[in-house]
Design a protein around this ligand. Structure first.
Ligand SMILES: NC(=O)c1ccc[n+]([C@@H]2O[C@H](COP(=O)([O-])OP(=O)(O)OC[C@H]3O[C@@H](n4cnc5c(N)ncnc54)[C@H](OP(=O)(O)O)[C@@H]3O)[C@@H](O)[C@H]2O)c1
Length: 286
């Protein structure tokens, strides 16, 4: 069996997921990149294979994992990037709208984790990276349900990390700040618009859209440099939790998945392959 590391990245039709897939391929991974439609997929390259996936659909998730295993026989890294933004006041948010956000941002991530874990447990190794948000720990107004869905991801991801460490699997959350992607364009506004919230809500909505439009390029986030720096940022800064902490990018995701020192060896057998990961991230992983 090939010793190339195998990654599955969701939400690669655009934005952070797409750039992560491209970067991982560049760093030597065989990448399975998921999209919901064939026209938005990354064209099949030697290191990138397209897979159809709707994270809301249990059968679609099962089929996706089956395709990866049939083709690659293992799964070393899962990056859950698929997600959707909903803007509007909490009082304006219908239960069905909230459910739809949780289906994608929280249950979708949980579905993928549950599907990947039996494979990773059997291998006794693996890494799962769930894309949360700054709003996953610092809620802002008029994005309450989106923030809640990201808090949910943080909660189960951190619990899961404790549970699966014994099997050599580690789980991380990445908490990006504003990033120039299609998140706002693809996002939704609550159906109900109450006059009481209109003025402030419209300002908040425009501010978020403006900040995303002016956000960092998903390809060139500064932590890429930090990943190979002799003075990497503190773990808190990497998580975006520190004041002024840098936001996070596909490069961060790559750094977590494959520290630079190992990136060049990604296609070769790794001496610690199969061994439990250290509970402490390696130097370049911070
Ligand atoms: N951009 C930011 O400022 C920012 C900040 C913090 C966190 N994030 C998070 O980063 C992640 C990536 O978002 P992005 O900014 O790159 O936005 P994006 O460009 O809109 O990408 C979102 C991706 O999720 C996919 N997706 C949505 N619903 C899906 C479903 N049901 N099944 C499978 N895939 C689905 C989309 O595919 P389709 O094209 O098929 O809809 C798209 O590929 C999200 O989790 C987002 O919450 C982004």
């Amino acid at each position: 069996m090939s010793e190339q590391r195998i990654a599955l990245v969701t939400g690669t039709s655009s934005g952070i997921g797409r750039q992560t897939a491209l970067l991982l391929a560049d760093r030597g991974f065989q990448v399975f990149a998921t999209t919901r439609t064939t026209d938005s997929r990354i064209s099949d390259l030697r290191a990138i294979k397209s897979v159809r996936l709707d994270v809301r659909d249990e059968d679609s998730v099962r089929l996706c994992l089956r395709q990866v295993l049939k083709s690659a026989g293992r799964l070393d890294l899962l990056v859950n990037a698929a997600g959707v933004l909903l803007q509007g006041a909490v009082e304006e948010t219908g239960i069905d709208e909230a459910r739809a956000v949780f289906e994608r941002n929280s249950f979708g991530v949980l579905r993928l984790c549950r599907a990947a874990l039996p494979v990773m447990r059997a291998q006794r190794s693996g890494r799962i990276i769930n894309i949360s948000s700054v709003l996953g720990f610092l809620p802002g107004p008029y994005t309450g349900v989106y923030a809640a869905s990201k808090h949910a991801v943080e909660g189960f991801s951190e619990s899961l990390d404790h549970e699966v460490r014994q099997f050599g699997i580690r789980v991380s959350v990445v908490e990006p700040g504003f990033t120039r992607t299609r998140l706002a364009a693809n996002g939704e506004l609550t159906g109900q618009r109450l006059p009481a919230y209109r003025a402030e809500g419209t300002l908040a909505q425009e501010a978020v859209r403006g900040a995303i439009a002016a956000g960092d390029d998903p390809r060139t986030r500064s932590l890429c440099g930090s990943a190979s720096s002799h003075q990497p940022p503190s773990p808190a800064a990497l998580r975006g939790r520190a004041h002024g902490g840098r936001p996070q990018s596909p490069q961060t995701i790559c750094a977590r998945a494959v520290p630079r020192s190992r990136a060049s060896q990604a296609a070769r057998p790794s001496p610690d392959r199969g061994k439990p990961l250290s509970p402490f991230p390696p130097e370049t992983d911070r």
